[in-house]
Design a protein around this ligand. Sequence first.
Ligand code: TYD
Length: 212
Amino acid sequence: MSLFITFEGPEGSGKTTQIRLLADLLAGEGLAITTTREPGGTRIGNAVRALLLDPEHTEMSLRAEALLFQAARAQLVDEVIRPALVAGAVVLCDRYADSTLAYQGYGHGQELEPLRQLGAYATGGLLPNLTVYLDIDVQAGLARKRAGAAEEWNRMENKAIAFHQRVREGYLRLAAGDLARWLVVDASQTAATIHAAVAARVSTLLRTMAGD
Ligand code: TYD
């Protein structure tokens, strides 16, 4: 059964762990799983990712940045996500178009409507069946990330706390505007508790889709 689930959240919210736990659960149920991430997930996407996250690229304009994220996304959708969905897989993606609305839109103050239109263009209108937002206090999330892997501390993360607060508020607004698609989970809970909440929602979604 084809199903497209995206994970969103600030730095250090535990997306990677939750994607792995959900992938293991669904694979155990016999479903074919494709996991991927943004920006990246393809050869071209990884080249764009390197451009975006290079700490030396301080002169990058906000519009160039937004377009590069969309370019990496377009490649990922065409090369990985759509083919996997067509083949009947469950696709789990670490970040997707909502990241651009949260970071470039709410975080950097770029206009939302053009970003939405570019997102629709980049994805060919492909929306997730479910978007899991792992919500965590900004300070706690940043502290977790820093403790994890110092080398991951990159240009995108080296921003003021205020920026990350705007990103978080943006996510919460996006989620509140479409609760049919979004699941907001308190990411300060244990990984097992978070996973249980995600698994419950996914199981409901699978039942609904099987009944269609
Ligand atoms: P990454 O190391 O993948 O961070 P994370 O583990 O938090 O996903 O770096 C991706 C960074 O790029 C992250 O700070 C979020 C940011 N980003 C945007 O600003 N816009 C986007 O559209 C996407 C996909 C990511």
